[in-house]
Design a protein around this ligand. Sequence first.
Ligand SMILES: [Zn+2]
Length: 929
Amino acid sequence: MNYSNNDQDNQDDQSKQQKQKKAGVTGFRIFFITLVIAAFAVVGSGLGIFIGIIKSAPDVSGLELKPSTNYTSFIYDANGMEIDRVEGGENRIYATLEEIPLYLQQAVIAIEDERFYEHNGIDMRGILRALVVNITNGDISEGASTLTQQLIKNNVLTSEQTFTRKIQEQYLAVEFEKIYTEAYGQKYAKDLILEYYLNTMALGHGTMGVQAASHRYYHKDVSELSLAESVVLAGITQRPTYYSPIINPENNWDKAKVILYKMVELGFITEEERQLALLENPFENIQEVNQIFVDESPHSYFVDAVIEDVLSDLQSKNGMTQIEAQNYLYGGGIQIYTTFDPEIQASVDRHMNDDSIFPSAENEIKLDYRVSITDAEGSVSHHSATGFVKNTSAIEGFKNEKLGEWGALAEGVTFVETLYEIPQPQAAFVIMDQTTGHVKALSGGRGDKVGDRTFNRATQAKRQPGSTFKILTAYAPALDTGMLSPGSVLIDQPITINLPSGNYTPQNWDRKYVGATTMRYGIYHSVNALAVQVLDMVGLDTAFEYLQRFGFTTLLPTDKVYSMALGGLTEGVTPLELNAAYAAIANNGTYIEPILYTKILDRDGAVLLDNIPNSYQVISASTAAALTDMMQDVVKIGTGASLKNWFSSQPVSGKTGTTNDSKDLFFAAYTPYYTATVWLGHDDPKSLNGASQREHLHLWGNIMKDVHSGLEYKNFEAQMPTYSMATICKVSGRLARNTCVSGTVTDYFSKENFPTQYCNSCGYQAPAAPTVTAPTTPTVTTPTTPAAPSTPEVFAPEIFTPSLPTILPSENTEAPVVEEEVVAPPILQDLPEVPSIPAAPTVTAPTTPVETPSTPVAPVETPSAPVEVAPTPAPEPTPAPAPTPEPTPAPEPTPAPTPEPATPTLPTLPTLPTLQQTPVDDASFIPQD
Ligand SMILES: [Zn+2]
């Protein structure tokens, strides 16, 4: 293929009546052919590569330029039942060229391809001009695409801007025109191409083609369009949002005027016709018509999200162009099998629309008001305003005020309006099966859904995740790298991090600092100082890598700062992605990309797209289990404790997230069955001070109660083979003795930081006590891991501050008074693979009844209840607590007198000092974690 076809082009020219300057055309052509070929050489490829590009172009014979439009596509739920359908009629209605006014055809030709009837598929003059511009600018952005090329780009080739694609597009355009001309003759070939083009052009607001656009904007058949209405449509296509006659009528009208002028120049219309068109008001009814589409919303948020995903996947995975994908979805008769669970969705919808859950003091209605006004002289102006009213009775007042301001209420003035009413605060909810990645239901907002493919807060809203990010940025990486364990002692004290930009001093949400405590407390009490401290230990780079592996796609480089531990992000995260991250914890550390559909079949039933979600391990199963164990305390005794008012039929593990300024309320949590995330806040972020800030827990609880009704009670699976229990002194972080009067903690420790030395603080006097020599236990420490230094060193230097005991919380006074100096060995539970210390009786806090849970990771806590011993050591799934005594790691010759002969093989419930306190989430304060 070469440009000899231009000769044919030359012959074709003669049929046209255009006032082209024929003289000089041949010389001009020789010049630009030379220039084009020279340009190819310049690009470094030369003619050989040019031919190669063309040879690699798709074979014309297998291609179809005519858009397929006539087939309805179906959407099915997870049970295979039809839940919705998408039809060409919504966005595309085919119109033949005879039905399309000549004005409209000419308007499109004038603005897109003025030599359409003269060229042979490519517009050499346009290419030359573009070439000059592109060489000048050093890119290939300048268009010069003919209608034929655009049709090919939209229906045949991918839309990427590459040199190769551009060459192929030009080649195919010429080939297609040749074939069509041979088959139909010159005139009809051009008409067909124009007809296809007019039926595929994107005209904004989801419309494809002039007929659908005519209905969308004017609510009438395309054949009834006036000249002015025609140029308004033609003007949209280059930048559908910028030139939207609904959103930006002024921009559109400016463009329309340019087109009208061009039409006169090309001889399509007379100057008189242009003047008359300028007097028309093509926008007169546009807002009124728009209201119809705003009010009609046939698709749910879930289906909207499916449509977005399908359109995006058809492009990214099947190599379609955007328009091709739209054609396929709206007219290709495809079958989409979704993950949708109609029963769960019904629960979600019911509670999302239960206004009684939402804080009445915060309630208001956001109004989005758009008006087109025609004054007494007939000239039109467009106005819009947003505002807030407390209730529906105030809407009229708002409108009248605006109409007055805009002069719409004067004599002889008429106007048309569109009004959106959006209740505030808003909410979003998403629920998925953590074992499959299947999103079962979602809600993108409360109140009436206005229009299709509108803003979906569950999948599109980027909001501040608050303290839900403590887990993902700080604690999960710290556990997963072996740096810390659930029982690791941390000092809750004001922290300042020196940064080049200044000092960063996060405040605790309750302004309280309890001194020496553990990671567990840091999580369930949502302690800001500890999260930032732990992030600092983990390192920003490591933390950021974990976040990315947790599947977040909205993070920016500017998020890699200390405030990310508290969920302070540049843009934020979507509820869908936050939910997927928590689902990874629920799914034993394996992330599964959330999906809304499983497969797409084409019209013939063949698989077009198998949607297998991306899946990989983010954190170890042990890390996940430790987090699951600790985050259960969030809803038992921590910042999410009020959840039990609404949902208690299954164990729940999760994390609250409230930004410091209380603009966003998040709760991301899971049961053994499902992971669900709720967000609550104002669309225009502002503090929810008029809320109890538990409304989101209420909403989550109500929905999950419904969702789990009838489901068997399940415990979380315990997979903590790399963790063992130990009782440590809170002051030293070492194994506790009876002398440790300031309090002890029993919790899980990983191999890497299992405490091996006994406390020698707390007034302990006897140096004769056997000093633990950790190295004798080969498995306890992994000194080669830099991230996990051997345990005592981890604790000692950072933990010991002389002032510590004095700032210990008062609950430590509950610690047992030691009567004798007998060294009481800590209880150490062996879990299968941990060859550590043989099981020994516990000495922890004798005043506190030791609860023996049936499973090690899901202890049933009753904060202030008396002794509760699980009657039977229930059969464990994996971490059978059968003692596999290893060769005495810790030198404890004689186990000290056993305080209580309870089943020594079962792990002891963490006896956290705070367990005996009143629940944190008390009505006396607002948990602004
Ligand atoms: Zn001690």
